[in-house]
Design a protein around this ligand. Sequence first.
Ligand code: APR
Length: 356
Amino acid sequence: MPFEIVKNDITRMRVDAIVNAANNSLLGGGGVDGAIHRAAGPQLLEECRTLGGCATGEAKLTRGYNLPSKFVIHTVGPIWRGGSEGEAVQLAACYRNSLALAKGQGCDSVAFPLISAGAYGYPKAQALQVALDEITRFLSENDMMVYLVAYTRDAIELTGGLLDEVAAYIDDVYVQERLDFDRTARRSQYLRDGSPRGTPDPGSLFRRPHREDNARNETVFSEANVERLTAMQGETKDATQGRRGETFADMVVRILEGKGIADRECISRANVDRRLLGKIRNNMDYKPSKQTVLAFAMALELPLEEARELLTKAGYGLSHGSRTDVAVEYCITTGHYDVTALNAVLFKLKLQPLGY
Ligand code: APR
């Protein structure tokens, strides 16, 4: 997955280069600047002294010294002054110049903090949007693993309403709470009259309480089990599609060619490793992860039924027992096919991102 938002301390990231949100002097400061200098040790400051400062929007490279990363790229973000003094252009330049420097240095991986979103007061959601736009633009033409490191989960704020819309849809649709409610209702009925009535427990999802001890029936209920059950139901229902002989790989290739989407464009939209489509084209029985299939369903802008069909061909089902699936269902049914935007939402919801 070429781009990922992660919650971490950037000084712990094991990448080729980490980016420092520095100031024009490059002589250290607070925030992430202070953390990086503390972790790197005094030699970093010594090298910074030789650089002669750095203009806002520019980037300069030093070694990483005691840091796990080989290099530190120091860039200076704009101080937020209301947004009408070219702050967005300068901030975009920070990401663009840092990525160009990392590429020129032969880095395979780089980690950014959210530049200017701390002491420099850039509104977090707008700072994130600039970062996402510049990073995805770079990755549409270059191969590199790029991390955006959030020190705290609330360091990431999203523009627009997608997070609230997805969260509301999950609340409405996600079946875990519903089945929990049913389970509780059923258990109290069982404990009252000793015989479960109503719909039988679906298979191994529940372990019946022992009559004598009336122990709280410890359920083995889990998203994975509901997903398995739903997928089995899905597979049964759609098995005919799978039996039509078209594999997941066949379907991806068919749609790419049918829609005239270039491999590079699809890879970039799906946020998957650039070699993946080669693997799919060379192995028509390729078995992707579910996160990859969901990413392709979004990248190919499939309607819901075709997304279900693609999942079935890869051996999965779209399950209301999985919050990620419910989030993807919402996006597909409302035409939000931007995987990067959805991954930022999934990060906020503490769910696994799409891609590979
Ligand atoms: N790892 C990852 N992110 C971090 C860390 C860390 N260890 N520490 C802070 N951050 C995050 C903040 O939560 C914020 O989202 O980095 C982002 C940028 O915040 P600042 O470090 O305050 O940087 P910035 O807003 O660009 O201000 C730069 O502050 O530290 C001084 O010398 C620096 O004058 C410069 C100014």
